[in-house]
Design a protein. Structure first.
Length: 141
């Protein structure tokens, strides 16, 4: 029998819940006479990660299969998706959720005051410091 954390312990969004349930259903027959624990279920680098204790090679193959499938399923809604990495972190998102995440990312990182930022860098001596480093380290023989 397989033991696993309740949904409250799953560290991912709802779009992957049905995928996880299918994986558990496929793992159950493989664990008939074994004491197996799913230690952690989470999202990492845009795909599903499932960590099991005392699994067999067949069980790890099932887990790998579902981890690969998660790269094509939106982690929020379960629709067709792809891994996106230009929003500050890796996420598997459908087109709609990607547009929302990109909008939020741009809003958060929008920087309007480049002129004053550049002036502050000059005041702090940043460019003199870079010149000194280049002179002393990068071009020394």
């Amino acid at each position: 029998m397989i033991r696993y954390p309740s949904r409250d312990g799953w560290e991912c969004s709802e779009g992957w819940y049905s995928l996880i349930e299918k994986m558990i259903d496929e793992l159950n027959p493989l664990s008939e006479n074994l004491d197996i624990n799913i230690v952690q279920i989470k999202e990492k680098y845009g795909t599903l990660r499932v960590y099991i204790d005392n699994g067999t090679d067949d069980m790890y193959a099932v887990v790998d299969k579902y981890e690969i499938q998660s790269a094509k399923i939106c982690e929020y809604c379960g629709e067709e998706a792809s891994v996106r990495n230009n929003i500050g972190w890796h996420r598997t998102l459908c087109e709609q959720h990607y547009k929302e995440a990109l909008k939020e990312f741009r809003k958060y990182w929008e920087f309007k005051d480049w002129k004053n930022y550049y002036i502050k860098l000059i005041r702090w001596g940043f460019f003199k410091w870079i010149k000194k480093i280049r002179k002393n380290f990068w071009f020394s023989s």
